[in-house]
Every structure is written in structure tokens, then in C-alpha cells.
Design a protein around this ligand. Sequence first.
Ligand code: GLV
Ligand code: MN
Ligand code: MN
Length: 422
Amino acid sequence: MTPSPGTAASPTGDSVAGLLAEIADIGRDPVRGGYSRPVLSTAELDLREWFIAHAGKRGLDVETDRNGVIWAWHAPSGSREDAVVTGSHLDSVPGGGAYDGPLGVASALVAFDLLAARDLDGDTTRARAIAVFPEEEGSRFGVACLGSRLMTGAITPERALALKDPDGTTYADALRATGGDPRHVGADRAALGRIGAFVELHVEQGRGLVDLDRPVAVGSSILGHGRWRVTVTGVGNHAGTTLMADRRDPMVAAAQLVVAVQRLARGVPDARATVGRLVPTPGGTNVIASRVDLWLDVRHPDDATTLGLVEQVRAAAELAAAEQGCTATMAEESFSSTVDFDPALRDELRAVLPGAPVLATGAGHDAGVLKDHVPAAMLFVRNPSGVSHAPDEHAEDADAEAGAVALAAALEHLLTRGKRGL
Ligand code: GLV
Ligand code: MN
Ligand code: MN
């Protein structure tokens, strides 16, 4: 299949932009702007239903596995072994954009339409599937790529089920409340073993493609990254009656730590460190907080350097806390090593997509978790501003269609490789 940008011509009449338009009102966040679609929220559940309806419309066989991953199958021989799988996620960060996750799902549907129109069943009996992973962002329960981590055994079911959202609801309780069964969560070798190759399409989350003036890229690597929770504990008290000299205010220590994180990360070439979330308890304007939790996100190509920087932050947290008469503790919530995608698969996709540049990304993805278990690859679609995890995240309609065409070409190659001498 020759990719022809802007002409997906899906036989269902669906375009990527049209599919995304259908869900444009689901999970809008009137306060933050953009979309808030946390896993197992009404919004995310509505999106899952939307996907399942579209899979049904295409005659795909839908199943939801015990970790909440939705699979939509086309298996012409009945066998689901050695399948070519694509997919992404439907959950979002708080106040996120419309494309991070849903672009990959909508593009998968259109790519499957294009493959159906090609009638590949004479050339291959290899199964193909679209997989939709839950809690990719970790924005509700704190651990990113929770679905793929559970499936691959990268997190134990005990730990996953005990994770709590900001309201104190455990993952186990959230599953129970939405028809899931926590007893069946955990490593799923059968589900993982069916994947012969996985390709995730994603909106680019930087300016690589804009600068190269290209619509679609092949992914090369994912920056190693992790999340740590810092808890600074002080003494809650009255804002008016407590003299400045008598305070043990964890908010002041937390503020100093935020500044220290920036200073320390700037001292490490190629490091990225962020405090994007800070929660004082109890959180009253006229109340000196008794505790502040803040979440640290650190990324670097070299895992040892990431962990070294985190240790520097830990020392800075303890110092800042001690200076305010407080204490600080730090706990790892998740860590993902730097991922280099299989160069052979990457080169195959490049051959199928002539002119597509190869780009690294600083963002995490389920493809990165799967990569240690199955051949995995990624495609990126141009984002004109490079902004992501924010309402301004965008992909032009023509680029989104070009992405679906490219994805279809990649999947067709994988499905027919060996059969057509490719
Ligand atoms: C997910 O998008 C991440 O990189 O945090
Ligand atoms: Mn994201
Ligand atoms: Mn994503």
C-alpha cells in the first residue's frame, strides 16, 4: 500500500478527524480546559463504549481481558496467535489534549478499514487486533501504563489493586464499581503471547516533525522516566496566631524543593525534572498546612543518571524540610528504563514509509512496556505546536489521515511479510 497523505478514503466513511469529532464532547474539563478522562471515570467508560461500538460496526470480535485491555479482533483463520496488533489508550492527563491516546485508537480503526478494503485475507490468515489499554497516563492511580504493566507482570496485582486515587478509592474498588473483577487482574501470558508485533501510533509530543516538515515519523526510543512522591510533614496551625518564628510549615519546604529540582536538573545535561502536582493538607487559605505531597517526574536517557538525580532531589528535600523544622520522605511510584525500539523492525517500517524520519520521544507509552516482551514499534504524527498534555495539543486533519494511511501500510507489511517476499 502506498501511503498517500490526506486520502484515507475509509470504506466505512469514517475519517480519523470524523471519529475524533464524535468524541469531542466527552470528558471536556470546564475548569482546567481540554479533557479530563481518568481511567474508569464516566468519560473514559463512555469512550470505551464508543470504541466497542465502532469495532462492532466493523465486524471485529471484541473482548475485554482480565486487566481491562479491550481487544478488537479480525482473525480470518480463527487463530489469534502471532497477531499483528495496534492500539493506544483513551484515558487522559487532567486537562489534556484531544489527541494523546485517542489519535492512536481512531487511526487504528481507519487503518483497519483500509486493510479491509484491500481484502488481505487471500494473502494472509494472520490475525490483527486493536488493543485499548487502561490507565496509560497514570493520572488517576499514579502508575503510568498500568494495563500493560499488569499484563506483562511489571507490577504485581497486589500493588496495583492497592493503588489509591486522590479521593482514596483503590484500584480494586474502582474496578468493582465498574463491573471489573479484581481477583483476575495480573500477568497474562496468554494475552501477551498472542502479540506477534505491536505498532502504536501517537501524536508527536514535541516539534521534531514540524522542524523536519514531515507528517509522520517512525519512533526510535523512549526516554527513561519515573515518578516519585515526596511527603513533607510539618505542623498544621493558624495563619493569624502563629508567629513566623514558631512555624513548621511544609509548604515553605516544598516551595524550596521545587526550586531545587529545577536547579539540580539544569545541572545534568539532557535531564528533565518536573513538579507538576503539589497537594497541601488540609489546603485552607488561613491554615498552615500540616503536610504537603508533591510528585516528581524525572527523565534522562541514562537510567543511572536519572536515579542519581533523584537521589540529589531526595537530599535537597531532607535539607529543605529540616530547615523548616519538618521531615521529608520520598517513595518511588514507577520507573521505566530507556527504551530502544527494535532497530530491525524500525528499519522495516522505514522501508514501508519512504521519507519518514526516525524520531525519539521523551514521553512514555504502552509500546515501551510491551517492547521487552514482543517486537514493538511506534509511529508519530506531526503536532504543529509540539504542545502536549495540554489543551493546545493538535494534529491537522490531513496529517491525522496520513498517519492512518501510514499505519495501514505498516500493518499490511507485517501481516503479509514472508508471504509476498518482503
Ligand atoms: C505519558 O504521556 C508520559 O510520558 O508521562
Ligand atoms: Mn500522555
Ligand atoms: Mn499517550
